[in-house]
Design a protein. Structure first.
Length: 1038
């Protein structure tokens, strides 16, 4: 690396241990011609008009006037110009006693003068610098007088207390010296002027700080060298104040001052938004880097407060700061192709960077960096480690010359390994969405109500039909006995037409002729006899006639051996008119490109036998060992102990328990209490024996007395079971209904999914092509369970599967359907928990219990005025009967829907049950989603590689342009230009000084939320002044 660049690079970052460059020898001031002093008045009148015009122009340049003032004076009449020349000559003659040497002599020996005398001198010098021409300023600062150095020396001494109260006056003289192009250039070219001026940034001295801010702002706006000098001055000033890293602290603190907020914000905007470190778009990194540093000092809150300021200039600069921050964040997000990212959240920053590195060659290096960060020692050393890592990271990613680091260099390799220190935390941002859960709950309730209403309507229709035909001889058959659920319909019944009878066999066991078309069944014109009267020629094998006008599938000729789609074909006997296989038109998906791609990916060399692992992962159910009480003739110690424990836990008198069982007060009776009673009470025979011992009541133990009291309630155990059945009825209904609703909705989703139908169409086409020449060729359809085997067929690279091929083609050809398939099955997860046998047995058990309760109530007689069992249970049976009928109807309609799905996919529901369908569809859906994510990741990786190549090409092109231009693209003001600081400050106040913010080219508009007030908050802070474009995702840490 060029030693000069290396030297300037580390100086730019302001490292404390970096050696300060030795002071250069004072440059010799360029020898300039003396400003022409007009000749005596007598001579002026002898000049021609052209000579007077030339002398007048030179006079205007020497007077340090603005361009507008110069323009207006040039239009004056010749006589006025001549008069002004004479006046200017008189002023020059009168100022002989105010030569620069008079001021310089005092400034060289300030200790010989009092503080009051120095203040008076500075006042006079300030006036002289303002009123004199550029020639006088040149004389004041020529090599012999060295006026600027003298002023800076006294400024430094006054800041340390040697000359109190002189700092402001001295600094104002320096400002007036820099108000012309020559003076501002002298300040920029000076080695340490910016450092001395930066030391005047003291919020406790508003006037001094305001003047220093004006000087630093103009120096930074002058050119890139001035900008760099200001950054160095702020850095060195913070180090001299033993506060390295806090170079922007005075500016941020000044935002709280009403006197300094305007000027401080102006300088901050100059430093952050001045795109002059390089003349390209690379400076966006450096601007964001500076905002990171300012945010760590708390500028965000202060900017938010200033948004409410009524000061127009402050409002304008707040708007500039926020707008430029937003534009830079847009550019950074565009680079990572991200819609949004909270750069204040370490987790989101890590995820953004990690996403750009997945699948690239830099991923392992990134992981290595994170692993090395694990070795950082605990506090109090951790902060020092991360501070060092922060320094090294900034030096690498912000290259002033735009040259990438050399990974072969030992130092730079260490820097690369520490670049991502801010991405240590890996906190998963998670949490449940309460709003979504609430909406889902309401949706489930609505679906349940809908199915309940449909079941009620269906039941009422059946009752009306029964009532309408009950009087006719051909009435409907009586319903099945109570408590018995009809078995599921067989494949041949319930709307499925029976299979056609087998065709008659030809004599001699030949091939049967094709059956007649369906429209001719039952009689039609027989086929014509063979021509001629002789023996007919041998017949070719007849092609079986396909039902419902289906055409035989196309035979494909494949030139290479292919892997096979090992599916089970759909039997034509199971096809119905509404089956999906009858309506599929997969031949429309054919294309040479599709088959060529399929052949290239799924051709095979020696066929490898795929070993299918048949694992039944059914979890065994833990048997519930019900407590069985031994058949006893009387209470023994164990039973008595159980009753004593129960009564002790209830803490209710025996008579009160008996009363509650009679009146059925469910506010006092709980299901747990009833269950415990059923378990603890002895056998009915023992209860009968104890209730018969009326005369021995006083001699009975406490548990036996309790049995005596409650045993007087007739049919106690059946009564308790009925009470418990009533208490659990609502709970059981709420348990069964959601399962039926989920299964019903899942069946509807499967049956109505257009995406699934299109996938079946594509898989059928690909499978028939791959199975060409095998027994599974020209299949009309395949068993739906084959979908779960698509990911078992690997391509030739053994990395992708047939499922990836299907999903990729589906995603490119039908993108809306491809995305829709992911969201088509919202109830499938919960439907996988459905068990038809469990639901059937639960309904049958509930009907049996309800039927037994009805029979009991038919012969039940109350046992006294308190006995409310008959009234309560009668009302319950009436309500429970209708609700149970509704539940049974919902189950039957769900079964009918499953039968419709079986017809749709042409499978036998007795061999392929509902649970298998749900589990297979769930497995296929999950595999589809995973394959889609794999493809999206691969496409994103390819896009990143493409973007990285384009970015690298653009960077190389812009670097070449940069080299051709040279480092200096912004010209500093000419030395003869006047009122430079005044003009720049006016441009700053209006915001015109920023132009387009130094951006190179228009930004692509995006609809994205605006970033925070200060841009990036969580990135590391650096006391540096260099900038380089952050490399693309593939080359950031490689």
């Amino acid at each position: 690396m060029d030693p000069k660049k290396e030297k300037s690079k580390f100086k730019l970052f302001g490292a404390k241990d970096a050696a300060k460059p030795p002071p250069k020898e004072r440059r010799a001031t360029r020898k300039v011609p003396e400003s022409p002093i007009p000749p005596p008045a007598d001579d002026l009148t002898k000049l021609s008009e052209e000579e007077i015009e030339q002398k007048f122009i030179l006079m205007l340049e020497d007077m340090n006037l603005t361009q507008e003032q110069t323009k207006s004076l040039r239009t004056r009449p010749l006589a006025v110009k001549l008069e002004m020349l004479m006046s200017h000559q008189a002023n020059l003659q009168a100022s002989k006693n105010n030569d620069p040497e008079a001021f310089v002599s005092v400034l060289r020996n300030p200790h010989n003068h009092s503080n009051k005398q120095l203040l008076h001198l500075f006042d006079e010098l300030h006036v002289r610098l303002r009123t004199s021409g550029v020639s006088w300023i040149r004389n004041f600062n020529n090599q012999q007088n060295d006026g600027l150095n003298l002023l800076l020396r006294i400024l430094a001494l006054s800041l340390t207390g040697y000359y109190p109260n002189c700092s402001l006056s001295c600094l104002r003289c320096i400002r007036m010296l820099g108000n012309c192009g020559y003076g501002l250039s002298a300040l920029v070219d000076h080695e340490t002027a910016s450092t001395f001026i930066a030391r005047c940034l003291d919020p406790d001295q508003p006037a001094l700080m305001d003047c220093a801010i004006e000087l630093l702002s103009c120096m930074a706006l002058c050119d890139s060298k001035g900008y760099q000098k200001v950054m160095d001055g702020l850095t060195y000033s913070a180090e001299l104040a033993t506060a390295p890293g806090d170079r922007f602290v005075p500016l941020v603190k000044a935002l709280d001052s009403s006197d300094l907020a305007r000027s401080s914000l102006q300088l901050i905007n100059v430093l952050v938004n001045r795109g002059c470190v390089t003349n390209s778009s690379f400076d966006v990194d450096f601007r964001i880097h500076l905002r990171m540093e300012l945010n760590q000092l708390g500028i965000g809150e202060k900017i938010n407060k200033l948004t409410y300021s009524t000061d127009e200039v402050i409002g304008n600069h707040v708007s500039i700061y926020l707008t430029k921050a937003e534009e830079d964040m847009e550019t950074l997000l565009d680079r990572f192709d991200a819609a949004r990212c909270d750069f204040d959240d370490a987790t989101e920053v890590f995820q953004l960077l990690n996403r750009t590195l997945i699948g690239t060659t830099s991923e392992r290096k990134f992981l290595s960096i994170l692993q090395h960060l694990l070795f950082v020692r605990d506090e109090p050393y951790r902060l020092s480690y991360f501070t060092l890592l922060d320094e090294l990271m900034g030096q690498i990613v912000l290259q002033v010359d735009g040259i990438d680091p050399d990974p072969r260099s030992a130092l730079l390799r260490l820097d690369v390994e520490s670049t991502i220190s801010a991405l240590m935390q890996k906190v998963d941002s998670g949490g449940t969405d309460d709003r979504s859960a609430e909406i889902q709950k309401k949706l489930d309730e609505a679906l349940k109500s809908k199915l309940e209403a449909e079941a009620t309507i269906h039941t009422l229709k059946k009752e009306l039909e029964t009532a309408g035909t009950s009087g006719s001889p051909g009435g409907v058959a009586p319903p099945p006995a109570s408590g018995i659920i009809p078995p599921p319909p067989t494949p041949g019944g319930a709307g499925i037409p029976p299979p056609p009878p087998p065709p008659p066999m030809m004599g001699g066991g030949g091939i049967p002729p094709p059956p007649p078309p369906p429209m001719l069944a039952g009689g039609g014109i027989p086929p014509p006899p063979p021509p001629g009267g002789g023996i007919p020629p041998p017949m070719a094998p007849a092609v079986p006639q396909l039902p419902f006008g289906m055409k035989p599938k196309k035979t494909y000729s494949v030139g290479v051996p292919m892997k096979k789609a090992n599916w089970d074909q759909v039997s034509p006997d199971l096809l119905t008119e509404d089956s999906v296989w009858v309506k599929l038109q997969e031949d429309k998906l054919e294309s040479p490109e599709l088959f060529e791609s399929l052949t290239s990916q799924f051709s095979t060399k020696p066929t490898k036998k795929l070993q299918s692992v048949d694992g039944d992962s059914g979890a065994g159910r833990a048997a519930q060992n019900a407590k069985k009480t031994k058949s006893l003739r009387y209470l023994d110690g164990k039973v008595a102990q159980n009753l004593s424990i129960l009564l002790g836990s209830l803490k209710v008198p025996h008579e009160e328990i008996r009363r509650r069982l009679l009146v059925l007060d469910e506010t006092l009776l709980t299901p747990h209490m009833v269950e415990q009673l059923i378990r603890a009470l002895p056998e009915p025979s023992v209860i009968t024996t104890i209730t018969a011992a009326k005369d021995e009541f006083n001699d009975l133990a406490d548990p036996e007395r309790f049995v005596f009291l409650v045993g007087q309630i007739r049919t106690l155990i059946p009564r308790l079971n009925s009470i418990l059945f009533k208490m659990h009825f609502d709970e059981k209904m709420e348990e069964l209904k959601p399962e039926i609703v989920d299964a019903d909705e899942a069946l509807r989703e499967i049956h109505s999914s257009k995406s699934l139908r299109r996938i079946l169409e594509l898989v059928l086409l690909l499978g028939n092509y791959m199975n060409s020449g095998s027994r599974n060729a020209q299949s009309l359809g395949f068993q739906i369970s084959f979908l779960t085997k698509l990911d078992a067929t690997k391509d030739v690279s053994n990395q992708l599967t047939l499922l990836h091929f299907v999903v990729n083609y589906f995603n490119k050809t039908y993108p809306e359907l491809a995305k829709g398939f992911v969201d088509d099955f919202s109830h499938l997860d919960r439907a996988c928990r459905f068990s038809e046998d469990t639901i059937r047995s639960s309904i049958a058990e509930m009907k049996k219990s309800l039927s037994g309760l009805k029979k009991e109530l038919e012969t039940y007689k109350p046992q006294g005025p308190e006995d409310a069992y008959l009234d309560v249970m009668t009302k319950f049976t009436e309500s429970a009967s209708s609700r149970l009928t509704q539940l049974e109807t919902m189950f039957e309609r769900m079964r009918e829907k499953f039968t419709g799905v079986a017809r749709y996919f042409a499978f036998d529901p007795s061999k392929y049950n509902m649970e298998s369908l749900f589990n297979d569809m769930k497995a296929f859906h999950s595999a589809y989603v995973n394959a889609l994510k794999d493809i999206e990741r691969q496409e994103a990786a390819k896009a990143r590689e493409r973007k990285a190549a384009e970015e690298q090409e653009r960077r190389n092109r812009e670097r070449g342009q940069l080299s051709a231009k040279g480092p200096e693209a912004i010209k500093r003001p000419s030395e003869e230009e006047s009122n430079v600081i005044d003009n720049l400050m006016e441009a700053l106040k209006s915001g015109a000084a920023f132009g387009d913010g130094g951006r190179a080219g228009a930004r692509r508009p995006r609809n994205r939320p605006a970033p925070g007030a200060a841009g990036v908050n969580s990135a590391p802070r650096k006391e540096v002044g260099r900038e380089r474009h952050v490399p693309t995702a593939n080359t950031l840490v490689s």
